[in-house]
Each structure stands twice: as C-alpha cells, then as structure tokens.
Design a protein around this ligand. Structure first.
Ligand code: SAM
Length: 245
C-alpha cells in the first residue's frame, strides 16, 4: 500500500449523489458540509474519500469550506466499483431497533437489494424507508462498500410471490423445516433471494403459499428457532460464503 493510500485509509468517507470522475467538482449538502467542516474540521487541501454507488471510490481534495457548502475536486479513483453478488434479502419489517440492526448487517454482508415484505404477523406495517435508507448509506460508508443495497418500496407477501422473477431462486427460511442450508444454498447460486418471516413467523396459509411457488426452496437454518434478525444474518452470511465473494 502506498503512503498516499495509507494516509487515505484514515480520511472521512462519504456517499454523494454526484458523478465522480477526474476533475469533477462536488459540493456537499448542508449536513455533510457541517460534518466535514465543523465536526471533522477539514480544510482546503485535505483529502476525503467519496463514492456514489456506481463509479467506485474517489480521492477528492477539499477546495473550499463554507458553513453550508463544502466543495471538493475528485482527483483519482482510490477503489474500483465492487462486484455485488446478485442476492436479495426479503424480510418482514421488524421492530425499530432490530430492523435498524438488520439493515446495517445486510449492507455489511453485501446484499444487492433489501426487499421488505409485509405478512399477516408483521408488527410494523409502515417502515420508515428514509431512516432505513440513511442506515444503509451509513453502513456502506463505514464498511468500505462502494455499492449501496437497493431499498425498494415494501411489498405484501402476495405481491412478492405474484411478481417473482422466474430466474431467481426463492430460498425460504422455514423454521418448521426444510432442506439443510449448506446443500440447498450450493444449489442456489445468484440470482437468488432469501425470505425471512416476522417475529411471529409465517402463518400456515402463508407457508403453504410460499411452498407452492415454483421458485421456492424451503430451507432449515438448523434445529434452533432464531430471531428474525439472527436468521437473516446467518442465512446471508452462509450464502455469501458458498456463492458470493
Ligand atoms: N416465533 C418465533 C420468534 O418470535 O422468535 C419464531 C419466528 S422466527 C423469529 C422468524 C423467522 O426467522 C422465521 O419465519 C424464519 O423465516 C426464520 N427462522 C428462524 N429460525 C429458523 C430456523 N431454524 N430455520 C429456518 N428459518 C428460521
């Protein structure tokens, strides 16, 4: 690692919406400008790492610091755009603390899309997507990712099943039993998805509807009943270990 890269590794890392290319001027929004200028006390000439989810990570030099608008000039790409394994995590929205944790871990573990799915026993029917999206960005900033998982609008289980892509395996984490996880995941490379139920689990009619879907692969995550957030984390980590990178 060069001296430049070593020094860069300790600089702030921010997600921006702007296009990133050599010489591009990027002006941060007010909250990011406050963070970089007033909290991190960066001055003109200091380096920052920027990423936008598409162009990899770029080393950018602070060119001007105003209270509500810090401007930077992108100089060179410091990390390539990551290749994201095509894995979706489909999960019921959980109670506030747990859904925040699940969103953060899903990003760190490299999922491509987090699809919230409302089921009969879902306790949160209107998740705050803006807050969850901010958690995804923050997790990507912290974990060195150059991609941010997609967070589309929530779907009902019926909508999810009705519009399911024919080429994508629907790995159904079923606490009442299913194929052994490792063997099943080895048969379900990308494009794939893992479906996790709510704190109260799926109802029997929901379970029957999922199992009746042609793309469904019922999987057991082991003999113990895991909490929904634990189940999601465990299943994604094992799938990535077998199929991801
Ligand atoms: N009622 C219990 C509870 O509240 O903890 C169990 C429901 S469990 C938390 C929620 C979801 O996690 C289930 O719908 C299933 O998708 C997944 N899950 C938990 N343990 C599992 C296991 N041993 N095998 C497969 N899936 C599991």
């Amino acid at each position: 690692m060069s001296e430049f890269d070593r020094s860069l590794s300790t600089t702030p890392r921010l997600f921006v919406q702007a296009v990133l290319s050599a010489g591009a001027a990027i002006t941060l929004d007010a909250p990011q400008s406050h963070y970089l200028g007033s909290v991190m006390r960066r001055q003109p000439g200091d380096m920052v790492r920027l990423f936008n989810g598409h162009d990899g990570e770029w080393a950018a030099r602070v060119s001007a610091v105003a209270k509500k608008a810090v401007t930077l000039i992108a100089e060179r790409q410091s990390a390539p755009q990551e290749q994201v394994p095509d894995l979706w995590l489909c999960a019921a929205p959980l109670k506030k603390g747990r859904i925040d944790w699940l969103v953060e871990k899903a990003c760190e573990l490299g999922v491509a899309r987090l699809q919230l799915v409302t089921t009969q026993r879902t306790v949160v029917d209107k998740p705050n997507l803006e807050r969850l999206s901010a958690h995804l960005v923050e997790a990507a900033e912290q974990s060195g990712r150059t991609a941010v998982p997609e967070l589309p609008a929530p779907l009902s289980l019926a909508q999810l099943l009705k519009h399911w892509p024919a080429d994508r395996a629907l790995i159904f984490a079923d606490e009442t039993g299913g194929d052994a996880m490792a063997a099943a995941f080895a048969r379900c490379p990308a494009p794939a998805a893992i479906l996790i139920g709510p704190e109260g689990g799926f109802t029997s009619p929901e379970r029957d509807a999922i199992r009746a879907h042609p793309g469904a692969v019922p999987v057991s995550l082991g003999p113990r009943i895991l909490r929904a957030d634990t189940a999601a984390l465990a299943a994604v980590a094992v799938w990535q270990a077998i199929n991801g990178h």
